[in-house]
Write a protein that binds this ligand. Sequence first.
Ligand code: RB5
Length: 151
Amino acid sequence: MKKLVIGCDHAAVEMKNTVREHLISRGFEVEDVGTYTTDSCNYPVFAHRACLKVQNGEADMGILICGTGIGMSLVANKHRGIRAACCSDTFSARLTRQHNDANVLCFGARVVGIGLALDLVDNFVDANYEGGKHAARVDMITAVENGTFTE
Ligand code: RB5
């Protein structure tokens, strides 16, 4: 079973708690790296904590929720090996696993309702990377990250 890490900022605590419990009820092991209260905080802190766990293999995938999902995705994508997708539709949440081998899903608690949030998460965690023709493109992302990309 996949191990997941979840994080949020103050804008998304309630949604994060509901998503975490949903994933646990589905049998996933979920590590919650905070935030844990609605006190104002800084989303990069929690994106960074979660991405470190994906990078070091403690988690297979991450879920990051802030007001829009955008701040979390910007921070997450600064981490080597992290491919974070900010999604508000289930098609993208599924396809970013299948085609982009995304390992972090971001979304906004001020953008999507809890029903859609749970569907986004389910589509993401249930989809598998297809490899094949997509592998060369994902390799190019890595090359850009490493500064070795050439056309
Ligand atoms: C916090 O007010 C808000 O800026 C944050 O949750 C997020 O939307 C940033 O991208």
